[in-house]
Design a protein around this ligand. Structure first.
Ligand SMILES: [Zn+2]
Ligand SMILES: [Zn+2]
Length: 472
């Protein structure tokens, strides 16, 4: 048997469009952010489409491996093995993949005993009530095609760990049957939200009410491979469905013909496809460094800008920063006078925070992100800012900006709600509690102390070193 492919490696996929410089096929990196053309050396940025893109799980077993695994399962079940008359059909079954941030509030009551020393009195028993709130990433998949006997309604976390590639037109011809999508992304999101809600309802608090809320769903489509094997012998035809990645037999012979699964409710779908653009300075056209940041300071002409940004955003850094520090980026939402006071009440800070500061780098440890956002927002009012340009940025290391503005806005909603529910466990979820007047990008200097970054000017804000990839 051939060795199975490693499950974590994702690189080595090409996409539909070629290099805008020379037309060569482009291999994608594992994070779908930047690519370098091996033919002409251009640094290219991967442009995500507005519509949900489609991907497919790429590992699949050879014909020989599939048959071997099926025969083994049949043998264990005491059934006839497959005959030499064997037909194998590869299916790609679509699932909506939904990534969201989940907030959980859990109320627990613990009984404790206080021992009373040197007295005839009995020990004292008392209850300790604890309310824990935390944010965590949540990923779920929901079947997007009509139900098919044996095929599971969700692939769980497998969409996160198996290698995936963008689905492109040339990949689906001939070899695969792509099952039609009959569930809309909105229906899938609603189903996922319901299951989260059910999860929350099932967990009763020891006091008060436990809560589970979810935010910021990002949706794309992932096709998972299944295999239908038909085998003929003197006793007739048998049909089996196997998991295309593990080769596991999913169900005993299925009755329906899989080719007749097309239903009239098929949704006409156009998927967004990944695009490529030069990762270059907008001003002088020179290639930008391959450092995976949306923010750049052009070494050639001095232009400072944010790539992939529809609106102009001002960038600045804390005045008086000590050179040599690591400049950590934050998206800053200016809330205007009316909301400043609400923000001050909410964050219980002595000086009114003028802006909500959201870390501008992608981290899945949302609870840590929330803490950093919270502390920085409280401390932010004490900084003065100077424009970020080639000369003011000279002498610093820049941490990359990896979170886009739309994602930062959604994250801001999460941070606000996480703060509100900390003060009032019954706080209602409302979209866009805050209405920013303006947005900018702020760089704040941090210095490394053992396993933590500490802000270099106030020594008031720290975060764990692993939270950010510092450029070397
Ligand atoms: Zn090229
Ligand atoms: Zn330039």
């Amino acid at each position: 048997m051939a060795p199975s492919q490693p499950a974590s490696k994702r690189s080595g996929f090409t996409i539909d469009v070629g290099c805008p410089g020379c037309g060569a096929d482009i291999e994608l990196d594992d994070d779908f952010f930047l690519a370098v053309c091996t033919s002409c050396g251009s640094v290219l940025r991967i442009v995500r489409p507005d519509q949900p893109p489609a991907f497919f799980v790429t590992t699949r077993l050879s014909r020989r491996e599939l048959r071997f695994k099926l025969d083994r399962a049949l043998k264990e079940a005491g059934e006839r093995l497959t005959s030499s008359s064997l037909q194998i059909k590869h299916l790609l079954y679509p699932y909506w993949r939904i990534k969201a941030v989940v907030l959980k509030l859990r109320n627990t009551r613990e009984q404790r005993t206080a021992m009373v020393v040197s007295s005839e009195q009995p020990d004292v028993e008392y209850d300790v009530d604890t309310t824990s709130i935390w944010l965590s990433p949540h990923e779920t998949t929901v079947a997007a095609a009509a139900p098919l006997a044996g095929v599971p309604a969700s692939i769980g976390m497998r969409s996160a760990i198996l290698p995936i590639a963008p689905l492109t037109s040339d990949r689906v011809e001939g070899d695969y049957d792509l099952l039609p999508v009959v569930v809309s992304s909105e229906e899938a999101e609603a189903a996922a939200a319901r299951s989260i809600g059910v999860m929350g309802m099932m967990s009763h608090g020891d006091f008060g009410q436990n809560r589970t809320e979810w935010f910021h769903p990002e949706v794309d489509l992932v096709y998972f491979p299944y295999v239908v094997i038909e085998t003929y012998d003197s006793n007739g035809v048998r049909r089996f469905v196997q998991d295309g990645v593990s080769g596991r037999l999913l169900k005993e012979p299925i009755a329906n013909d899989v080719s007749s699964t097309e239903t009239p409710s098929e949704i006409a779908m156009t998927f967004g496809s990944l695009g490529l653009s030069f990762h270059r300075c907008d001003n002088c056209g020179v290639d930008l460094p391959d450092n995976h940041s949306y923010f750049y300071s052009c070494a050639n002409c001095g232009r400072v800008d944010i790539a992939e940004q529809a609106i102009a955003v001002n960038a600045s850094l804390a005045a008086g920063s000590a050179p040599g520090s690591l400049l950590v980026p934050f998206w800053a939402f200016d809330l205007g006078r009316s909301q400043e006071q609400e923000l001050q009440r909410l964050f219980t800070s002595t000086t009114p925070p003028r802006e909500l500061l959201i870390p501008a780098f992608r981290v899945e440890r949302f609870e840590q992100v929330y803490k950093l956002a919270h502390r920085m927002t409280v401390a932010g009012g004490r900084f003065d800012w100077v424009d970020a340009d080639a000369s003011s940025l000279a002498g610093y290391r820049l941490a990359p900006v990896t979170l886009t503005l739309p994602s930062a806005l959604s994250l801001a909603d999460v941070v606000i709600f996480r703060t509100r529910i900390g003060r009032d466990p019954n706080a209602e979820v409302c979209d866009r509690w805050f209405r920013p007047d303006d947005v900018s990008l702020r760089f704040i200097p941090f210095k490394l102390e053992h396993y933590f970054y500490v802000d270099a000017m106030l020594s008031a804000v720290t975060f764990e070193k692993q939270l950010i990839d510092s450029p070397v």
